[in-house]
Design a protein around this ligand. Structure first.
Ligand SMILES: [Zn+2]
Length: 211
């Protein structure tokens, strides 16, 4: 992976403010004091909640944009740690058996080279000491959601995901992670099919809630 090479030649920078970091730090102390003291919580359409360490308007959440372009792996380490912190506080870690993520379409993933939600989920899983597994695939492309109403979003996302192997989620308490949560239509639909495949429960979390 070219990231390893880059990291060995250049010092890591804070994902949130870009200042150079001391060795082994995920973010700088200046940004750490600005981290929200409590995770955010959003009610999802139909049922359940989604939690997040940031809102999209918090300064630190700008690192989420970086996830899509540069320093992907390194930014995911700090955001994944904050996600794990939120999960520990609001859900507790004892009852989580498995961590997974909302999938990207194959075409999108090929274009970007990775799924940023998967990186976040893998980092959060490592912090929580839980196994990570891919559980769903995106089998159909939905329309871009930005301009749709909440009802239109919910319709637009139907039948977009499919479970790869239901034995992976059967009777498990699953932590489902996405990068950002807007209306919650996407994560709700993904949670719905994981539950339908036999999961005991699905806990939803994102790096940031969009208001
Ligand atoms: Zn910083």
């Amino acid at each position: 992976m070219h990231h390893t090479l880059t990291e060995s030649f250049f010092p890591n920078r804070c994902p949130y403010c870009r200042q150079i970091l001391e060795k082994n730090r995920l973010h700088c102390p200046d940004c750490a004091v600005q981290f929200p003291r409590k995770p955010y919580l959003r009610e999802l359409p139909y049922s359940g909640i989604c939690i997040a360490p940031f809102t999209y308007s918090d300064t630190p959440a700008k690192a989420i944009n970086g996830l899509k372009f540069t320093n992907t792996v390194f930014n995911a380490a700090s955001l994944g740690q904050r996600l794990a912190w939120s999960v520990g506080l609001l859900y507790g870690t004892d009852q989580i058996d498995l961590v997974t993520c909302v999938p990207l379409s194959e075409a999108r993933q090929a274009e970007r080279g990775y799924n940023q939600s998967e990186l976040l989920a893998q980092k959060a899983a490592a912090v929580l000491c839980k196994p990570y597994a891919e559980t769903a695939v995106k089998i159909r492309n939905n329309k871009i959601q930005h301009h749709l109403s909440p009802q239109e979003r919910a319709e637009n996302i139907k039948n977009v995901y499919e479970i790869m192997d239901s034995s992976v989620v059967k009777d498990k308490n699953v932590l489902l992670i996405d990068d950002i949560c807007t209306t919650g239509a996407t994560i709700t639909e993904c949670a719905r099919i994981i539950k339908r495949s036999g999961a005991k429960s699905v806990y939803c979390a994102a790096a940031a809630l969009v208001y």
